[in-house]
Design a protein around this ligand. Structure first.
Ligand code: PHE
Length: 454
C-alpha cells in the first residue's frame, strides 16, 4: 500500500471548481464528436432514448460511486481499492482503469489533434466555397496524410502533459469555468442556425422520434458505452477527481449537475448537427467525419461564419483538453502513488508511452491503414474496446464494490458528509448499485457482445 501523504494532496478550491473540473472531464469530444456520429450510425431517436435511460439509471449512480470511493480513500483508483479493501482483488479495477486510460488517451488525443487541424483550416479560410462532398474529401485526405494527424496528435499530448505537470488546482480549475460557458453559447447559436435551415425538420425527427425497430443488442451496448464514455465513468477518472473533492461538498448533487450538463451539451450538439445533415444531404452514418463535415457546412451559411468556425474549433480543442488531462491524471496518479515517481517524471513517462500507441491510432488512415484486427483499424479498435467493453466492465465492478463490499453504512457516512447531509436518496441508490445497475450492465454487455442471446 502506498504511503502517500494525504495532507499534501491538492484539492479543488471551491464548489464551482469541483463541478467545473468534473464537467470539464465529462464534456468533450465525447459529446460533440462521438455522440452525434454514434447516434447517426445507430438509428437516431430510439438510440437517444436508450442512452438517456442509461445516463439516469446507471450513469449517475456509477458517478456517485466513484466520488464516494475516491473521496473516502483520498487516493487514485488503484490505491483507493487497496486501502478500502485490503488484501482483496478489488484493486484490479484500478489496474483495468489505468489500461483503459491508456487506450482512450491514445485515440482521443488523435481526434483532439484533428480539432487543431480544423483550427488551422479555419484560420486559412479553408472551408469557404466547399460543398459537403468536398468537405468530406478534405477530411479524408487529411486523415490519410502520413504526417499531419500524427504531428497534431503529438502536439496535443504535449499540451496535455504540460497542464498536468503544473498541478491539479492551478492547471485544471482556472480554465474550465470560463471557457465551457462560452462553448455552450456557441453551441446554442449553431443550434439556432441549424434548426432554421430549410429542411431542418427531418433532422429533428431523426434525432427525437424513436423508431424502436432500429434497436438491437449491439446498439443497446453502444448506447451504454456512449453513456459511460461521455460521463467519464468506469475507469476511475472520477475516483481520482473525487479524491480531490472537499469533505463538505455534496457528492450526489455534484454527480447530478455534472451529468445534466454533459447530457445537455450532447443533445445540443445533436440539434446542431442533424438538421444540417438532412438539410444538406450529408450521410448521417458518416462515422468519425460527421461533425468535421457538417459544422464547416453550417459555418458557411452564417454571417460571421469565419469567426464562429475559428472560435468553435478552439473551444472544442479546449473541451478536449480538459478531458485529456483528466485521463492522463489517472495514469500519472498511479505512477506517483505506486511507483513513487515525482509528478513531473510520472507525467513524462506516461505521456511518452501513451504516445507510442497514439501514433498508431492517429496514423490509422495513413501509415498504419493496413493494420487491422476484427475488421477495425487500431483507432477503431481502441475506440470500440475502451468505450463498449472496458468502461462498462469497470462500471460493473465499481457499483458492485459499493453495493456488496463497501456497504450502506460506510456509503451513508461518505455521501452524507458524516451526518451533515440527510442523503434521503440512499435506499434507492443502494438498491440500484446492488441489483439494478450490475444486472443491467451484465445483460447489456453479454447480449451486446453476442456471448448470451436473449
Ligand atoms: N467524457 C469525455 C468526453 O466526453 C471523455 C472521457 C472518457 C474522459 C473517459 C475521461 C474518461 O469527451
Amino acid at each position: 500500500m502506498a504511503n502517500f501523504d494525504v495532507s499534501k494532496r491538492d484539492s479543488f478550491g471551491s464548489k464551482i471548481g469541483v463541478i467545473a473540473a468534473t464537467a470539464g472531464s465529462a464534456i468533450g469530444l465525447g459529446n460533440i464528436w462521438r455522440f452525434p456520429y454514434v447516434v447517426g450510425e445507430n438509428g437516431g431517436g430510439a438510440f437517444l432514448f436508450v442512452y438517456l435511460a442509461f445516463i439516469l439509471a446507471i450513469g449517475i449512480p456509477v458517478m456517485l460511486s466513484e466520488f464516494v470511493i475516491g473521496r473516502s480513500a483520498q487516493l487514485s483508483p488503484y490505491g483507493a481499492f487497496k486501502k478500502l479493501a485490503p488484501g482483496r482483488p478489488w484493486f484490479l479495477i484500478g489496474i483495468m482503469g489505468v489500461g483503459a486510460a491508456f487506450m482512450i488517451l491514445a485515440f482521443y488525443a488523435a481526434v483532439a489533434g484533428w480539432t487543431l487541424e480544423y483550427i488551422f483550416q479555419s484560420v486559412k479560410n479553408g472551408f469557404t466555397g466547399k460543398s459537403p462532398d468536398e468537405l468530406s474529401t478534405m477530411f479524408d485526405e487529411f486523415r490519410q496524410d502520413s504526417l499531419r494527424p500524427v504531428i497534431w496528435f503529438l502536439l496535443f499530448m504535449g499540451l496535455t502533459a504540460w497542464i498536468v505537470i503544473s498541478g491539479v488546482r492551478k492547471g485544471i480549475e482556472k480554465y474550465t469555468k470560463i471557457l465551457m460557458p462560452i462553448l455552450l453559447v456557441i453551441l446554442v447559436v449553431l443550434c439556432i442556425r441549424a434548426v432554421t435551415l430549410p429542411g431542418a425538420g427531418a433532422g429533428l425527427t431523426f434525432l427525437f422520434k424513436p423508431d424502436f425497430s432500429k434497436i438491437n443488442a449491439e446498439t443497446i451496448l453502444k448506447a451504454l458505452g456512449q453513456a459511460f464514455f461521455s460521463l467519464s465513468i468506469g475507469m476511475g477518472t472520477l475516483i481520482t477527481y473525487g479524491s480531490y473533492i472537499k469533505k463538505n461538498d455534496n457528492l450526489a448533487t455534484t454527480a447530478v449537475s455534472v451529468s445534466f450538463a454533459d447530457t445537455l451539451i450532447a443533445i445540443l450538439a445533436g440539434i446542431a448537427i442533424f438538421p444540417a445533415v438532412f438539410a444538406f444531404g450529408i450521410n448521417p452514418g458518416a462515422e468519425e467525419g460527421l461533425v468535421f463535415i457538417t459544422l464547416p457546412t453550417i459555418f458557411q451559411q452564417m454571417p460571421g461564419g469565419y469567426y464562429f468556425s475559428l472560435l468553435f474549433f478552439m473551444l472544442l480543442a479546449v473541451a478536449a483538453l480538459t478531458s485529456t488531462i483528466s485521463v492522463l491524471e489517472v495514469v500519472v496518479a498511479y505512477f506517483v502513488e505506486e511507483l513513487k515517481m515525482t509528478r513531473k517524471k510520472a507525467t513524462i513517462f506516461a505521456t511518452l508511452s501513451i504516445s507510442v500507441l497514439g501514433i498508431v491510432a492517429a496514423g490509422s488512415w495513413g501509415w498504419f491503414e493496413n493494420l487491422t484486427l476484427f475488421g477495425l483499424n487500431i483507432f477503431g479498435l481502441l475506440n470500440f474496446t475502451s468505450a463498449n467493453i472496458l468502461l462498462p466492465l469497470g462500471g460493473f465492478f465499481i457499483v458492485a464494490f459499493i453495493g456488496w463490499y463497501f456497504g450502506k453504512e460506510e456509503t451513508r457516512k461518505e455521501a452524507g458528509n458524516e451526518g451533515a447531509l440527510k442523503a434521503r436518496y440512499l435506499p434507492v441508490y443502494m438498491f440500484i448499485v446492488k441489483f439494478i445497475a450490475p444486472i443491467a450492465i451484465a445483460l447489456v454487455f453479454l447480449n451486446g457482445l453476442g456471448i448470451v442471446k436473449f
